[in-house]
Design a protein around this ligand. Structure first.
Ligand SMILES: Nc1ncnc2c1ncn2[C@@H]1O[C@H](COP(=O)(O)OP(=O)(O)O)[C@@H](O)[C@H]1O
Ligand SMILES: Cc1ncc(COP(=O)(O)O)c(N)n1
Length: 264
């Protein structure tokens, strides 16, 4: 069985973070492992507290995973401090980790901040250069590029700038647009668009976590980046189309929309 590791924060409400990642990897047929960067006290309406793992304990988790079951792909999500980012970069370089997908999580769908301001430089300088692909949403792409994005051309310009600055492919996600949900991949100087029908579902808690984990799962199974993004788009569209409605805020998605288990 192919294996994937998520390095991210725990979401107590189960819709985003480590929990979304493990559900996604499982539904996509890979064995999921985790290294937890922080515990969040969170639900669909917001984050009330964050308890960070120490860099030492994060390194211990990474050592435990890499020395036993080497992951075929790694997804990195919420990492709130520069010290934790540096630990991840150092350990992943040491183990020569393959197929690294970085979701530069900055703000939760509910509006709560998940990255300290002083950690942005560590993220760009240490993690992006190691990434096979980085998956910013539009506000994150604006911060990473320093550009304002108002249309498709703006997504291309920002993705190109980030890609050229840090030497990685960039998938600028279109979930924050109004008319469609088209995502743009900038790789090796070329743009490639992935069409997504906009689904009228207000429950989008965890969409970014889910997409990046689905991409990592597909890379783990041996698909190339284009096929991995295509398959991940189909997966997120399925999760959103299932129209799960839980909680009082922007709720989580249904990862079981196509599972045909006799235990469901
Ligand atoms: N309402 C929607 N309909 C269809 N796809 C969506 C919708 N909202 C988000 N997506 C897709 O979900 C993925 C995550 O996008 P986005 O919401 O922009 O990320 P984030 O959760 O990081 O803010 C992207 O592939 C995006 O196109
Ligand atoms: C622990 C954790 N990690 C990430 C997110 C971002 O979620 P989204 O995928 O909705 O941007 C979150 N809300 N909580």
């Amino acid at each position: 069985m192919n294996t994937a590791l998520t390095i991210a924060g725990s979401d107590s409400s189960g819709g985003a973070g480590i929990q979304a990642d493990i559900k996604t990897m499982t539904a996509n047929g890979v064995f999921a492992m985790s290294a937890i960067t922080a515990l969040t006290a969170q639900n669909t309406t917001g984050v009330t507290d964050i308890f960070e793992t120490t860099p030492h304990f994060l390194a211990e988790q990474l050592d435990a995973v890499f020395t036993d079951i080497f992951p075929d792909a790694v997804k990195i999500g919420m990492v709130s401090s520069a010290a934790l980012i540096e630990t991840i970069a150092e350990r992943l370089r040491f183990y020569e980790a393959k197929h690294i997908v970085v979701d530069p999580v900055m703000v939760a769908t509910s509006g709560s901040k998940l990255l300290r301001d002083d950690a942005i430089t560590a993220l760009t300088e240490k993690l992006l250069p190691m990434a096979e692909v980085v998956t910013p949403n539009i506000p994150e792409a604006e911060i990473l590029s320093g550009l304002t994005i108002t249309d498709a051309a703006g997504m291309e310009a920002a993705a190109q700038k980030i890609s050229e600055a840090y030497g990685c492919a960039v998938l600028c996600k279109g979930g924050h647009k109004v008319n469609d949900a088209d995502d743009l991949l900038w790789r090796d100087g070329k743009a490639q668009w992935f069409h997504g029908e906009r689904i009228a579902n207000p429950n989008t808690h965890g969409t970014g976590c889910t997409l990046s984990s689905a991409i990592a799962s597909n890379l783990a199974k041996g698909y190339d980046l284009t096929a991995s993004v295509e398959r991940a788009k189909a997966y997120i569209s399925g999760c959103l189309s299932a129209m799960l409605d839980l909680g009082h805020g922007s709720g989580p998605m249904n990862h079981m929309f196509e599972l045909k288990s006799r235990f469901i």
